[in-house]
Design a protein around this ligand. Structure first.
Ligand SMILES: [Zn+2]
Length: 134
């Protein structure tokens, strides 16, 4: 596989995509994108943030059609092809991760439906994480 679109935010192992976050060793709070330095939990003095793989399933929190190209740093194909975007709440971590949706349109999506992490080329370029049918 070629290098991911953003180094250090996700990886593909044997064809399976994983989001890469960090977890505070003290309060166990999980961050995505990965945080370094110190824990942002105001009730925690933790400074040890260890790399962790996030869970791969969640439920749709919101979704939309991107009929116009999103602003940079989002990479788009020329000419622009509208994409579907979904904000998915990870069941285990409770955090919401935005991503392009693969092989589904807004007509297929409902708030609360389960999606699974997958990946695909971003605008025919480098691989990026996407949300798809479990
Ligand atoms: Zn903490």
């Amino acid at each position: 596989m070629t290098a991911p679109v953003i180094d250090g935010w996700f990886t593909v192992d044997d064809g399976t995509a994983h989001l890469l976050g960090t977890r505070c060793s003290d309060c166990r709070t999980v961050y995505f994108p990965p945080q370094t330095g110190f824990c942002r939990n105001p009730h925690c003095d933790g400074e040890d943030l260890a790399g962790t793989r996030l869970s791969r399933r969640g439920t749709v929190w919101s979704y939309t059609n991107a009929c116009y190209p999103p602003p940079a740093p989002f990479v788009t194909a020329e000419p622009y092809t509208p994409v579907t975007l979904a904000a998915v709440e990870l069941a285990e971590e409770g955090i919401v991760v935005l991503g392009q949706v693969k092989d589904l349109t807004v007509e297929d999506l409902r708030v609360g439906m389960e999606l699974e992490l997958t990946w695909g080329p971003l605008a025919d370029g480098p691989p990026v994480w996407m949300w798809g049918r479990p």
